[in-house]
Ligand binder design. Sequence first.
Ligand code: PHE
Length: 338
Amino acid sequence: MKEELQKVILAAREEIMQCRSLHDLMLLKSRYTGKKSVLNGFMKKLGHLDPKERPTFGKTVNLAKEALVELLTQQENTIKEAQYNHALASQRIDLTMPGRRQDRGSLHPVTLARREIEDIFVSLGFDVAEGRDIEDEFHNFDALNTPKDHPARDLSDTFYVGGDVLLRTQTSTVQIRTMENYAPPIRIIAPGRCYRNDNDASHSPAFHQVEALVVDKGVTFADLKDMLNVFVKKMFGDEIRSRIRPHFFPFTEPSAEIDMLCVNCRGKGCNICKGSGWLEMGGAGMVDPHVFEMLGIDPEIYTGYAFGLGIDRIAMLKYNIPDMRLLFENDIRFLKQF
Ligand code: PHE
């Protein structure tokens, strides 16, 4: 029996020393030292021994059990320490490592141009007004003196959402919304997105305009011309000036188209201005007295001018962008350059 015990103990020691997980160690603990353990089995067999040998053998078994318990505790500590060291090593932070790079976004060229335009007009005493992209026929057409049978209302130009609700085709809607809500003197610009069913190399179905509206006593056509000149000079440099050509808009009278000297050739003629020396910028005019009347502003007391410029065009000229489609394709290689 003694030899048997010796064997069991040797095997137990071996197994315990080799154990690497706390779970397995618990199993060993119950196998060798628990209630139904092998060692307790020896105790039960004490009866088979010579009565004289019983006390010594019993003592031996107890001592062996104590030694195993001790060994189990030691091994438990060893495993815990190894696990702790492993965790330390694997979670180690190397403070000398370079940081993870954050990609920085950049502002879209249209946003950059719009902000610069806003800064210029704010410095000239204008407020920045906002309208809405989804409009009704009243603000986009009726109040702008555009009769029901006007071709501009045609489905081929205007995106209708349903009924008389549409995507605004021009920022001139904000002229109306401003005059509905504020009494003169008025001095606002309104940058924003517009929509027309147009899509080719120089037209996008969504594009950007900036509207200006000035209403006060004694505002004249000369003020309009002056403001356009001041703006193009501030935006593109002192050598650039603007000119106007007669045109028609339903809500201004007289009306004009605005050109500015070609920023590339300064009037000599090049491929950007198609040889004319001038670039088209938008439309302008004196607010039609009928528009004032519809909004309850007395045209005998007040006069006003308005103009609308294409922001996309301005951005293209400012940042040398050759094709309008680049502005709307969201190609990251293009956008990163700004
Ligand atoms: N809204 C006109 C257009 O989109 C431009 C314009 C604005 C003309 C203000 C006159 C006055 O073509």
